[in-house]
Ligand binder design. Structure first.
Ligand code: DX5
Ligand code: ZN
Length: 236
């Protein structure tokens, strides 16, 4: 799956796409070369927004072979896990802040043959993963407060990415770290150098208004290359 530059995955955030011409936009992204499609499912309770829903996911499913990366920002995680698993998705991240029974929900995801991830708001410490780290297939580190596109990176989250990499290494877990929020051409090198493996591309990169989808993904790849060079230099 991770094939762009030395296993760094590109996951465009569908809520930032042209929702009135979504199939066309997805074809452009596929042609440009992406690894996953990131879907933000919000219930207007956990976060005060609801950009896309289950019907859109179900309609898109048969139209693309791209892996579906689901980011749940909802109160009732178990309901949405079952609903999206029925549609057919490859990975699901649930917020530790909304999961009343996190371990059970992660098991529920994996029982459906879907990769399970835990999403952390910027203020949530990595210790929230202490007792589920062995169950995780990936970690979603939010670099903005969830709910909206077009926000600015929370500065402390750059160090949090590096801390997450160290946290996982200390526990013998070499699993992907996905980063989500203001993944911009400027921030990508720092995010990759810190240890990010999957980049959720939104309004400040993949869907940036200054370029076409193909131009933006090329620019994103260049930024990834800079980050990998920094990673090598840092020896991380
Ligand atoms: C926000 C979502 C992100 C968002 C990213 O809650 O999880 O995926 O769409 O948008 P940008 O990249 O513009 O911050
Ligand atoms: Zn997201």
């Amino acid at each position: 799956m991770l094939s762009v530059v030395e296993n760094i995955g590109i996951a465009p955030s569908v809520m930032c796409a042209d929702l009135c011409n979504l199939e066309t936009d997805i074809r452009r992204l596929e042609t440009a070369g992406i690894d996953l499609l990131h879907f933000d499912l919000m219930d207007a309770h956990f976060v005060p927004n609801m950009p896309i829903g289950l019907a859109l996911l179900a309609q898109l499913r048969p139209k693309t072979a791209c892996a579906f990366d689901i980011h749940l920002m909802v109160e009732d995680n178990d309901f949405f896990v079952a609903a999206v698993a029925d549609i057919g998705v490859q990975q699901i991240a649930v917020h530790v802040e909304s999961a009343r029974h996190l371990d059970r929900t992660l098991s529920l995801i994996q029982a459906r043959g879907v990769k399970a991830g835990a999403a952390l708001n910027p203020a949530t410490p990595l210790s929230a993963l202490d007792y589920v780290v062995d169950r995780l297939d990936f970690v979603l580190v939010m670099t903005v407060n969830p709910g909206f596109a077009g926000q600015t990176l929370v500065p402390a989250t750059l160090k949090k990415i590096a801390d997450c990499r160290a946290f996982l290494a200390k526990r013998g877990r070499d699993i992907p770290i996905e980063v989500d929020g203001n993944v911009s051409f400027e921030n990508i090198p720092k995010m990759v150098a810190a240890g990010a493996d999957i980049l959720v591309g939104g309004t400040s990169s993949v869907f940036h208004t200054d370029g076409t989808r193909a131009e933006n993904i090329r620019r994103l790849r260049d930024a990834v290359g800079d980050g990998l060079a920094q990673r090598k230099h840092l020896g991380t």
